[in-house]
Design a protein. Structure first.
Length: 116
């Protein structure tokens, strides 16, 4: 089981690294998830991630304060807004768009109510 958690940590770290370079993919949420799996499987990998100069600070801030930085909130708000526009323009069935808008709205409320 330990190797599976370590593998998941590596997987989410890889997606996080991709997210650091692709503007449409977030990275911090994947690093937070990777840190969780590393905490269950490899203290060395967890410490590497937490002490990483670029990826570590948002993970540490989340663990200590459950905080999201203002730039991250702005990016998330922009991404959620763009997703909402795309869903609207796609002319999906009312039930599908209503469900999607509800999820987007809930996500936005959660993000904006976290401390900065």
């Amino acid at each position: 089981m330990r190797w599976m958690k370590f593998s998941l940590g590596l997987f989410f770290t890889g997606i996080g690294v991709l997210g650091a370079f692709l503007p449409v993919l977030p990275s911090t949420v994947f690093f937070i998830t990777a840190a969780y799996f590393f905490s269950q499987s490899s203290e060395k990998a967890e410490q590497w991630l937490l002490n990483h100069p670029r990826f570590g600070p948002p993970v540490v801030r989340w663990r200590e304060e459950r905080a999201i930085s203002k730039p991250a909130k702005m990016l998330a708000t922009g991404g959620i807004s763009a997703s909402g526009i795309i869903i609207y323009l796609a002319e999906l069935p009312l039930l599908a768009s209503g469900l999607a808008f509800s999820i987007l709205a809930g996500s936005l409320v959660y993000i904006l109510t976290r401390p900065s």
